[in-house]
Design a protein around this ligand. Structure first.
Ligand code: G6P
Ligand code: ZN
Length: 543
């Protein structure tokens, strides 16, 4: 087996976004494209010779081919060992768990998360650091910088590695260790949650459906929910991971997880429904004919955390991304613990968790997690809810209403406008920036603008500053509209409009969010000149 050094030229578009480098599969299939990026990672991170790397992905189209390339490149870049999930599979939270448990140098995760897969779908690659979390911006910037000057990469000339049986084999001087992708993760879950209590809940007739959306959580959910917790066979639906996710869009929200939504809103609905995304880090929580917003879910988990063994001693603090509602802030205040507001992107939580400042984190984008790993964790959130339900023995909706009665309700919705021309989207954001001065103090019906800004964040741990994180329009009564362009799309631009109104009045807590937010929705279109600039007056997705 010989190491070959291949001459290459840079691609100009290898800038990692919110969560790694994401492109269409054919982009990754171009000669040298993946190799350039992987070599740029290796050139940036400076792993000492003999280091261990974790490698796995969500099983989407091109996963296996990419794994073989990366293994052969790792072997010729001085790595001593790679832990790779059987079949090339590792969910994002499981990869984080494995990096931490075995104290590896870092890991490479292949996924485009919730974006569709298949030959014309999306593919992605991201690097996670020693703490198990996504590489911080200084690392991703360095990777991008290297990608712009790369002139060669190293790869071993060797036969493909067998990925389907557990155990060790040699690849050049490196050991490839094929691991069970579920075992370490399931063990971690058992250490955090009261599996006995959840088992009794399920044995007592509580019915649930978990939709794996033909993505990576299928094997995890079958093992944990059906096998270890004893849920009825078939409780986990769409459990077979498929390279194109069965032609679906593996994003657990009310639009894309419609199969589950129909079951949970239909006749004979189960007591609980949940779904996870392509790589297993997102979650959607549903009760019987009831949707829990991710912002409310974070607040509720925080308020009930001490019911769960892994969190029985309380929380150090909570963190949420800026566009996430302030429901968690209210819980933090009541608990007397800090609540941090960070830019969008899980990577911003890593420092806070490492410094012991926060225990729970969450984002409106269906991400919830804790310091048990350094990624958000879909199944973890589901198990957290099941543990709370097992202790409280009330329906999801009743628990949520009690929560609102105590803390007030932050009525919340996000409207997405997908596939906009990039110029139109940028123009809209530019227009908002130019309107700041004129908007402040302006009255729109019952709503008076208190402030407008573009969110920036100074990391309290390392002092790094992130600017341009989203336009905020705050109203005197605490309501809020946020405008942000997605950092994860691969086609045109996606505009996200986040709407939030605080409702202390219990007699209005049952109202539908779209109704309760109607005035704010209208204000958002008006101030952004939405229709004129984008030609759209209706969102693609409402969550
Ligand atoms: C990924 C990240 C999340 C982030 C989300 C935002 O899923 O892991 O932490 O919240 O992207 O996506 P957006 O499309 O809004 O930039
Ligand atoms: Zn994901």
């Amino acid at each position: 087996m010989t190491v070959r050094t291949i001459a290459t030229t840079p691609f100009s578009d290898q800038k990692p976004g919110t969560s790694g480098l994401r492109k269409k599969v054919p982009v990754f299939q171009q000669p040298h494209y993946l190799e350039n990026f992987v070599q740029s990672i290796f050139n940036s991170i400076g792993a000492p010779t003999g280091s261990t790397l974790v490698l796995g992905g969500d099983g989407r189209y091109y996963n296996r081919e990419a794994i073989q390339i990366i293994l052969k490149m790792a072997a010729s870049n001085g790595f001593g060992r790679v832990l790779v999930g059987k079949g090339g599979i590792l969910s994002t939270p499981a990869a984080s768990c494995v990096i931490r448990k075995y104290k590896t140098f870092g890991g490479i995760i292949l996924s485009a998360s919730h974006n569709p897969g298949g030959p014309e779908g999306d593919f992605g690659i991201k690097y996670n650091v020693t703490n198990g979390g996504p590489a911080p911006e200084k690392v991703t910037e360095e990777i991008f910088a290297r990608s712009k000057t790369i002139d060669e990469y190293r790869i071993l000339e060797a036969a493909d590695v067998a990925l389907d049986q557990l155990g060790e084999s040699r690849l050049g001087d490196m050991i490839v260790q094929v691991i069970d992708p579920v075992a370490d993760y399931a063990e971690l879950m058992e250490s955090l949650f009261d599996f006995g209590a959840i088992r009794s809940l399920l044995a007592g007739g509580f019915r649930l459906r978990f939709d794996a959306m033909h993505a990576v959580t299928g094997p995890y959910a079958r093992e944990i929910i059906e096998k270890r917790l004893g849920a009825a066979t078939g409780s986990v639906m769409n459990a077979e991971p498929l390279p194109d996710f069965g032609n679906g869009h593996p994003d657990p929200n009310l639009t894309y997880a419609h199969e589950l939504v129909e079951i949970v809103y239909g006749d004979n609905a189960p007591d609980f429904g949940a779904a996870s995304d392509g790589d297993g880090d997102r979650n959607m929580i549903l009760g019987k004919r009831f949707f829990v917003t991710p912002s409310d879910s974070l607040a509720l988990l925080a308020a009930n955390a001490t019911l769960v063994p892994g969190y029985k001693n309380g929380l150090a603090g909570i963190a949420r991304s800026m566009p996430t509602s302030a429901a968690a802030d209210r819980v933090a205040q009541a608990l007397g613990i800090p609540c941090f507001e960070t830019p969008t992107g899980w990577k911003f939580f890593g420092n806070l968790m490492d410094a012991g400042k926060v225990t729970l984190c969450g984002e409106e984008s269906f991400g919830t997690g804790s310091d048990h790993v350094r990624e958000k964790d879909g199944l973890w959130a589901v198990l957290f809810w099941l543990n709370i339900l097992a202790v409280r023995k009330q329906p999801v909706e009743a628990i949520m209403h009690e929560h609102w009665a105590k803390f007030g309700r932050n009525v919340y919705s996000r409207h997405d406008y997908e596939g906009l021309p990039t110029d139109a989207a940028n123009g809209l954001m530019q227009h908002l920036h130019e309107s700041f001065a004129e908007l402040v103090g302006k009255q729109f019906g019952d709503y008076k603008v208190l402030f407008c800004d573009d969110f920036s964040y100074t990391d309290p741990v390392d002092g790094s500053v992130s600017t341009g994180q989203g336009v905020r329009i705050g109203f005197v009564d605490g309501s809020r509209i946020v405008f942000r362009l997605s950092g994860t799309g691969t086609e045109g631009a996606t505009l996200r409009i986040y709407l939030e109104a605080f409702e202390p009045d219990i007699s209005r807590h049952h109202l539908d969010a779209q109704q309760a937010l109607a005035s704010l929705i209208a204000i958002a279109s008006e101030v952004s000149q939405l229709k004129a600039r984008t030609g759209r007056d209706h969102p693609t997705v409402i969550t």
